[in-house]
Design a protein around this ligand. Structure first.
Ligand code: UN1
Length: 515
């Protein structure tokens, strides 16, 4: 079989309308920016400068916001199924550009190509989901206590929604929010991570074509590439934005939740995870191995859902860990666009520092490194690391923190209640899993006695959730839910209606009030 040709930067740039110098603000027409403040974006793989982008100034932001508000007023009167038709076309446009957008994700963010493609597939999937949903934004009809009255609930468009996304899912998380926001009749203003601005510019270029072809007003989709200090602050403080969806660290989430909460705005917070898999002696260990391996090493440990802890029953501990270490030794580390690579770089040297600091702390706190721990430089830039396994107690300080790197903490348990206790004994609550063939063990894990996370799985890993489910978690993960199920409700405002069709006035609760 002929070796697949690696996609080049030039091919990606050409296909997605990217250049070496660009401007960072857009509502659908020309890209603009006047800040004279330039953001440079680099390949995490080689350190090569990919592009220089003039960032959004406060004045530019105001222009974008005005456009987004005006667009909302028009867009909200379009019937939801017709808005769904627009999102269907966005899904088609993404299908047409899937290979190049997936490659851009690999180029700028560093995840391997199959995962880059998977991320674009999540975008396509949420578009499909939203199209169907656009005919079903429904509320219940309720029984009134009064004669000849009817009650019901309906949902109305909310306004301009703000989306602040992280580098690790530089395109999909935006799509989760916008595909739903758009069918709900909202316009959206996106502040992407400053580590992955090209992904945002490319997405905007793709949807602009669709919106233009449908003669929709500019401003339904807006992007403002800019710093958190300037654009981020303006966005979270902006009273014109009734809902802010934020994906990122717990520290930032607390601040954003506070600022938006102060003005009684709504937030969807999707913050840090500390996801564990419990591996029982009753498990299919081959399946457990495959899932733990992908969960911990996939995306170089840079998913919110990455597996950070394995809680293994002591009877199978040695056997399992031996196999896991053997797998770790085989991980091909290198260029994420090379089909032979299994693990690409971390996003930047700061992340590598975090990796090194976490390992040093783990060692100090009684941890034993069973594999990994080294920084690698296959292309000169110090952004590559070995995936790492550390045997350590759950209560160690470092285990309580999310480090966005491929570090897996492993520990033993004797009986299931102890495993549950260890499992829940962290501040975060995003994703979780148990590997077991025992119905009782599995059910217990899903019960109120078991996992305290927003996502709890049996015989499936912690990462790689499908878009159809509500995505998000409890405790320091922030409590938000995005993507599937009924997450659309967060993008609309609810209204309770009571209709008197009998003519006679009846007061509720039997109150009499006559002159
Ligand atoms: C994230 O890491 O912010 O479940 C999102 C997953 C992906 C989404 C992760 N579908 O791993």
């Amino acid at each position: 079989m002929a070796k697949a040709k690696k996609i080049t930067k030039n091919q990606i740039f050409r296909a997605l309308g990217l250049k070496s110098k660009m401007k960072g603000a857009n509502c659908g027409g020309e890209w603009f920016a006047t800040s004279k403040d330039y953001l440079k974006t680099y390949s995490p793989t080689t350190g090569e400068l990919l592009s220089t982008i003039e960032q959004t100034s406060p004045k530019d932001y105001d222009l974008v916001m005005k456009q987004a508000q005006a667009a909302f007023l028009e867009f909200r009167s379009m019937p939801a199924p017709l808005r769904g038709e627009i999102v269907r076309q966005v899904g088609e446009a993404l299908r047409a550009k899937k290979d190049m957008l997936g490659a851009l994700v690999s180029l700028e963010m560093g995840k391997i190509y199959t995962e880059g493609l998977g991320e674009v597939q999540e975008m396509i999937d949420i578009c499909d989901f939203a199209v169907g949903m656009s005919r079903n934004l429904s509320g219940p009809t309720l029984q009134s206590e009064r004669p000849k009255h009817r009650m019901m609930e309906q949902w109305h468009p909310l306004g301009v929604i703000g989306v602040i996304s992280a580098f690790n899912f530089p395109v999909a998380v935006w799509a989760w929010n916008t595909a739903l926001g758009w069918i709900c009749g909202d316009s959206a203003l996106w502040k992407p991570s400053s580590k992955t601005p090209l992904c945002a510019i490319a997405c905007q270029n793709i949807v602009n074509e669709v919106f233009k072809a449908n003669k929709l007003p500019e401003g339904i989709s807006c992007v403002t590439v800019g710093s958190g200090r300037i654009v981020g602050e303006k966005l979270i403080n902006d009273k014109n934005i009734p809902m802010v969806s934020f994906t990122g660290s717990t520290k930032m989430g607390k601040r954003i939740g506070g600022v938006v909460g102060e003005r009684l705005g709504r937030t969807i917070l999707e913050l840090g995870g500390n996801n564990a898999v419990i591996i029982s002696e009753k498990a299919d260990l081959t399946g457990a191995l495959a899932s733990a391996f992908f969960g911990a090493v996939g995306t170089a440990g840079q998913r919110c859902t990455s597996t950070r802890r394995l809680i293994i029953q002591e009877t199978v501990y040695d056997k399992f860990v031996k196999k896991l270490v053997a797998n770790y030794k085989k991980v091909a580390i290198g260029d994420p666009l090379d089909p032979a690579t299994l693990m690409g770089p971390l996003i930047d040297e700061g992340s590598v520092k975090d990796y090194e600091n976490a390992i040093a702390a783990a060692k100090k706190q009684g941890g034993k490194v069973l594999y990994g721990g080294k920084v690698l430089k296959p292309f000169g830039a110090a952004t590559f690391v070995q995936p790492t396994i550390i045997e350590i107690a759950n209560k160690a300080e470092i285990v309580q923190h999310e480090t966005f790197a491929p570090i897996l903490y492993i520990m033993k348990y004797k009986k299931l209640p102890q495993a549950f206790k260890l499992h829940n004994d962290v501040p975060q609550g995003l994703s979780s899993a148990i590997y077991t063939d025992s119905v009782n063990e599995g059910e217990a894990f899903l019960s109120f006695l078991g996992s305290d996370c927003g996502i709890a799985n049996i015989n499936i890993g912690t990462s790689g959730a499908e878009i159809g489910g509500a995505f998000g978690g409890e405790k320091e993960t922030g409590g938000g839910r995005e993507s599937g199920s009924d997450a659309w409700k967060l993008y609309m405002r609810r209204q309770t209606n009571t209709i008197n069709w009998g003519g006679e006035v009846h007061l509720a609760q039997g109150v009499e009030f006559k002159a």
